[in-house]
Write a protein that binds this ligand. Sequence first.
Ligand SMILES: Nc1ncnc2c1ncn2[C@@H]1O[C@H](COP(=O)(O)OP(=O)(O)O)[C@@H](O)[C@H]1O
Ligand SMILES: NC(=O)OP(=O)(O)O
Length: 314
Amino acid sequence: MPQTVVVAFGGNAITRPGQKGTFEEQKTNVQETCRQLVELVRQGYRLILTHGNGPQVGNLLIKNELARDVVPAMPLDVLVANTQASIGYIIQQCLSFELARQGLKVPVVSLVTQVVVDPGDPAFYNPTKPIGPFYSEEEAKRLAKEKGYKVVEDSNRGWRRVVPSPQPLEIVEKEAIKALVEAGVIVIAAGGGGIPVALRPDGSLEGVEAVIDKDRAARLLANEVGAEILFLLTEVDQVYLDYGRPTQRPVRRLTVAEAKKYLQEGQFPPGSMGPKIEAAISFVEGGGERAIIGSLARAAEAIAGTSGTAIVAA
Ligand SMILES: Nc1ncnc2c1ncn2[C@@H]1O[C@H](COP(=O)(O)OP(=O)(O)O)[C@@H](O)[C@H]1O
Ligand SMILES: NC(=O)OP(=O)(O)O
């Protein structure tokens, strides 16, 4: 029985820091990623892909604001849906092409995915999710004053606007995702962390304005579909202890207990590596076999165990 891997990569892998986020830039970046992903298919894994949307959804919000006197502005949940479509389209097209080029016949589809959140989540009063372009401190503080943005410094890469990021509670389309994967389809799902929706008393769903963290959504999705592996791809080849300090050293394997201990000691910051480690811990505690954190450029090596950091039960 082939193993199912949920692969997650950040919106910053699709629009790299310093890039404007043109369609061509996004496509070139995704093409590189797809070459790595095809290796996983070659190795016999079933894939569910999920991606971030921070830079892209932030850009859409800016467009919304600039055009609001000409065309109606859309709520943030609709903008998340827009990014699922635009990024899903690029991945679907590039991945299908790369699979065909290597003689592999595997269908690929993007699924518009809603994720239930609690409208009473305290995250709505404390925005933490960085989106959109990176600004200098001066520019960010000016935007905060003029437009009422909440801004933070994002992992030493510059300043960014932040929006609420509630905890994902349930993937609405999980059964459809499972059925597609079992039928041999590569599914792109819960893009941008999923479209945040709240469950109303009458059982209907209503969009809420937020951006869910894609590592958290990927974790939930992986547990809900019973995936064996959660694969979190980012810029660094593996997790480090004392990251950025002279004593920095790589870690290739962490037990859940070790990961929890280092997290408590502050080794993994909240806005960057922290959510990945938390997602890895929850996945393994939720029944997953192993979580892997590694770089996009070395995805095939990471799944084979020659790169990356594996987080396991014991
Ligand atoms: N202990 C650590 N080990 C490795 N990377 C770390 C660590 N602490 C912080 N980082 C930073 O976290 C980044 C990954 O988080 P982030 O950029 O938010 O991911 P993505 O946007 O790819 O989802 C790495 O590129 C690295 O700069
Ligand atoms: N939604 C989300 O987590 O996006 P990024 O990965 O781009 O931050």
